[in-house]
Write a protein that binds this ligand. Structure first.
Ligand code: AMP
Ligand code: MG
Length: 501
């Protein structure tokens, strides 16, 4: 018998949980129910994502304040915190775990993919240590905006399903309104999850986790003759690709600790993250990154460092012979550099309209970046206006305006036109291809800041809403939103970003 849509809506649970992480060994996680809040209010519900996940969007919208605050635990959820360790700014901490995040469970989406549904900011867990298990509204809004913007840009990232205000204050350096974000991820397994088991000398647990990860994220490896070396290679490949994508849009993660590095290859934990305005490879926004460890151009090398930490955890699985295990790990880690370079160069070449290969291509890309750096040209605008220049040199003016010394870009444009002249596409085709990889809209820091200020100070979510709307179509011109393409005025510039924890 099949149920009609109405009966289904009335009778079935709004989220058809299918939990697997809760079935893993007991020390991988700890049960943790959300702590109810006084006056939850649903400020944002991501209906298209809910539908893609196969959830009952009507029921969730109706009961969203209760469900997405953690006040009501939906049927089938098995709330838990995940255990993990991590290197934080290079220092190893053997037990971190979800201190303010609670995994409700997993669903199989309409494409057959398994996703985690997690509440962040819903109260203490056994891993909270001295933390309050809460999140301030500001960081919730930041994560909502940036994670959805990353998705729209086509970059692997966790998603945002809902945001609520709790009606309760959180105490940071000042009193702030509390919020909860519902995060959707391919999974929340991190390099730090493997490190947690490795630090305990739990080889059996490592094998269970590695097999689980292969099953869930790398099914193509199943049945491989040497599955664990293959897993290491596959994770390294996705990480190299991901970080190349970050660089291609000017993204700075800000806190690339190993506990914030997802094994699935998704961008995770949008704490002090920010996008470049003017191009500066040494740029750091995060208030806690005093040494510049996670600066824009340091990210590829830090990605490799994180992968080396991952490889170390796998050593007992890579080969029964320890020296051979080390050789395999070293080879895989050495492969990160060429993999990254390949993704980065392919991506940067596409940004300047090159799809064939010639010897001088790397120099051409670097020549543009150097000119941008010398002239403090805006990263996003330079590439977007270059799309217009590709169509015709009659459109060079707005691009030249971005350079303090336009002669700098003139010289580069001359060499670039000579090179693109040998590409098979027409100028119009090249421009169209470039517009598909060079966004007009990114979540600029000052816009995020303005949206957070209006929400926190005045309870006004209209800027937050507008920003989400604009960023849903980053590669379209959307002339009605032209002001969102602009870099900050000096008075609007954001100098520092904060984790908000
Ligand atoms: P993050 O900097 O957000 O990656 O968090 C690092 C670690 O601190 C993780 O174990 C978090 O769960 C924990 N943590 C961050 N903020 C809080 C909080 N407000 N309460 C409890 N734990 C927290
Ligand atoms: Mg984290």
């Amino acid at each position: 018998m099949t149920l009609s849509a109405h009966e289904k809506a009335a009778g079935a649970a709004p989220i058809a949980f299918d939990n697997s992480y809760a079935r893993l060994p007991a020390h991988f996680h700890a049960a943790a129910n959300p702590t109810p809040v006084s006056e939850p209010w649903l400020i944002k519900f991501n209906r298209p994502l809910a539908l893609e996940l196969g959830l009952d969007a009507e029921a969730l919208e109706r009961d969203g304040a209760a469900i997405f605050s953690g006040n009501t635990i939906p049927e089938g959820a098995e709330p838990l915190g995940m255990a993990y360790a991590g290197h934080q700014f290079g220092q190893f901490v053997p037990l971190l775990g979800d201190g303010r995040a609670i995994l409700l469970g997993e669903v199989i989406d309409t494409h057959g993919r398994r996703s985690d549904i997690q509440l962040k900011g819903a109260g203490k867990t056994p891993y909270s240590r001295r933390g309050d298990g809460r999140a301030a509204l500001g960081p919730v809004l930041r994560e909502y905006i940036v994670s959805e913007a990353m998705f729209a840009l086509g970059i692997p990232a966790t998603r945002a399903l809902a945001a609520v205000v709790t009606g309760e204050p959180v105490y940071r350096d000042r009193v702030l309104p509390g919020g909860v974000i519902t995060r959707v991820a391919a999974s929340h397994i991190r390099v730090g999850t493997f490190q947690f088991l490795a630090a305990r000398g739990d080889t059996e647990g490592l094998k269970v986790l590695a097999d689980y990860v292969i099953d869930r994220h790398y099914p193509e490896i199943k049945g491989h003759e040497r599955p664990y070396p293959a897993l290491l290679e596959a994770v390294i490949e996705r990480q190299a690709s991901l970080i190349a994508r970050w660089l291609s849009v000017g993204f700075i993660h800000g806190v690339m600790n190993t506990d914030n590095c997802a094994i699935s290859g998704e961008t995770i934990d949008f704490g002090p993250c920010a996008f470049l305005d003017a191009y500066d490879p040494a740029k750091v926004f995060s208030s806690i990154d005093r040494g510049g460890r996670y600066a824009y151009a340091s990210q590829p090398a830090i990605g490799q460092w994180n992968m080396a930490r991952f490889a170390e955890t796998l050593l007992p699985l890579l080969d029964p012979e320890p020296s051979e295990a080390v050789n395999l790990a070293n080879d895989a880690i050495a492969g990160y550099g060429p993999r990254f370079q390949n993704h980065w160069l392919t991506g940067m070449k596409a940004k300047i309209g090159l799809h064939t290969e010639e010897d001088g291509d790397l120099d051409l890309v670097q020549g543009l970046l150097s000119a941008m750096h010398r002239n403090e040209a805006d990263f996003t605008l330079t590439f977007r206006r270059l799309c217009d220049a590709a169509e015709s040199s009659a459109h060079d003016g707005p691009l030249r305006d971005l350079f303090a010394n336009p002669a700098d870009i003139d010289a580069w444009l001359f060499a670039w036109r000579e090179r693109t002249g040998r590409e098979p596409l027409s100028d119009a085709q090249t421009a169209a291809a470039m517009r598909a990889v060079n966004p007009a809209f990114i979540p600029r820091n000052h816009r995020i800041e303005q949206a957070i200020r209006a929400a926190e100070d005045d309870g006004d979510f209209s800027l937050f809403e507008a920003l989400n709307d604009v960023l849903a179509n980053p590669y379209a011109d959307q002339p009605q939103f032209a002001s969102y393409t602009a870099p900050p005025a000096p008075s609007e510039e954001v100098l520092k970003t904060f984790c908000g924890t």
